[in-house]
Design a protein around this ligand. Structure first.
Ligand code: FES
Length: 269
């Protein structure tokens, strides 16, 4: 690496042979709004979800269970939704055992990476705004090289998607376990399951799994069709990322309101 490379990873300022501009940016629009909103919303979500995951209570209101606690795999679970595999210490919230998977997919998601590299690390905060860091090594070193495990989190997320649909379908019972009912909670869990599913299938890794490593699409017409569909969803991956973040928090909050007795479920039939 000579001239261009070493100079380019300097101050995040002007590259060689470009005009030397002292100002950090010449942008006059409010370029900082987007990173600021990203920081605020993500921090709110992290604070809320951390509190709820550790609360270890008010996550079940038959026939519903909060998505933060789903699948609930210990015998200590409130309610009776999922096969229970073991009994952990009482002070460990059942959400903790599964937390790493939904957390992992969001943390390594290509879209969220863009979002938090910009908003939290200011690297760079926006287009044509110099970053404060002196060196730039991309994702070539520890720990960021670990972002490559994203596809494995996607596999796990797809499994979670199936479980969340299963939990949403359980919502078509009443609190005594009889089928053929539906409440507002059923609808909320269902919409959340759909949104999280759209988040998964619109994933960049999913697009690669479906249509990648093919030399000739014409020899694989089915995969080409699937890839076309996933590509269309992929264009909206950012939207699904945010929408599903809201629906998962809202679904949890709705179950919380039911479990604490703050409201009663609106039953349609
Ligand atoms: Fe966002 Fe895979 S790129 S979930």
């Amino acid at each position: 690496g000579s001239g261009a490379v070493s100079a380019g990873r300097g101050s995040g300022g002007p590259a060689p042979r470009r005009a030397t501009i002292a100002a950090r940016t010449l942008r006059t629009d409010r370029w900082w709004v987007q990173p600021l909103v990203t920081v605020v919303v993500l921090l709110l979500f992290i604070a809320y979800s951390t509190f709820r995951a550790f609360q270890n209570a008010y996550y079940s209101a038959e026939p519903y269970i909060s998505p933060f606690y789903s699948p609930c795999i210990t015998t200590r679970c409130e309610g009776d939704s999922f096969p229970e595999f073991f009994t952990g210490p009482a002070w460990i919230s059942p959400a903790i055992y599964i937390l790493v998977l939904p957390l992992g997919i969001r943390l390594t998601c290509y879209y969220y990476r863009k979002a938090y590299y910009r908003s939290f690390w200011l690297s760079p905060p926006a287009c044509a705004v110099a970053e404060p860091h002196r060196r730039y090594t991309g994702e070539t070193r520890f720990p960021l090289v670990g972002q490559n495990v994203h596809r494995y989190f996607l596999y796990a997320a797809l499994l979670f998607n199936v479980i969340l649909f299963y939990e949403a379908v359980r919502g078509f019972r009443d609190e005594t376990g009889e089928w053929g009912h539906m409440g507002l909670g059923t609808l909320i869990l269902l919409v959340n399951a759909v949104m999280l599913f759209l988040y998964s299938v619109s994933c960049h890794s999913c697009r690669h799994i479906v249509g990648g490593r093919l030399n000739s699409f014409s020899k694989h017409p089915l995969r080409y069709r699937a890839w076309t569909l996933v590509s269309r969803l992929n264009a909206r991956h950012m939207q699904y990322a945010w929408i599903s973040l809201f629906t998962v928090a809202f679904a949890d909050f709705y179950v919380f309101l039911l479990a604490t007795g703050t409201i009663t479920d609106l039953r349609f039939f």
